[in-house]
Design a binder for this molecule. Sequence first.
Ligand SMILES: [Fe+2]
Length: 183
Amino acid sequence: MSRLTVWDAATGNETLRTEDPAAIAATLAAIHVRFERWPVADLPDGATAEQVLAAYKPRLDAFLAETAAGTADVIQLTPDHPMKDALRQKFLSEHTHTEDEVRFFHAGHGNFVLHVGGKVYDAHCTQGDLISVPANTTHWFDSGDRPDFTVLRVFTDTSGWTPHYTGSDMAARFPAKTDPVVA
Ligand SMILES: [Fe+2]
């Protein structure tokens, strides 16, 4: 289930935890992060990237038209991927991008953690979640010890999502609440 946890960055005190998609969307909208629930396409396990793209084409085309983004693709990561730890590590330190980072979870899960305005917002995204992190927003992404997701990515420019690391240790100080959730 989708979940948003918010902490005060200075004290580490938890200020909000919710699994209500409307509350998640409203809280993230206040920091200009877009969060939506999309109906999940009925596809078999192991569907190809082409099948996933085709299944979401109407919504995707509307999203691309609305945001003036150029293209979309599909990326999949499984717990048995030989590079899973390196891939997890690449986005696990606080960073920014020069364009919006847009992800839709067709399957699986991952945590986008945003560091904005003295707060840390940990958005645990699951199947059916769309999240758009604005350009230049400090954040990190944690796919967990056992990365398992099939996501759509939307790009304006494929070089735009190169991570620019801030050098902050925030990600180490606020580990994402990946599954299983530790209360
Ligand atoms: Fe990122």
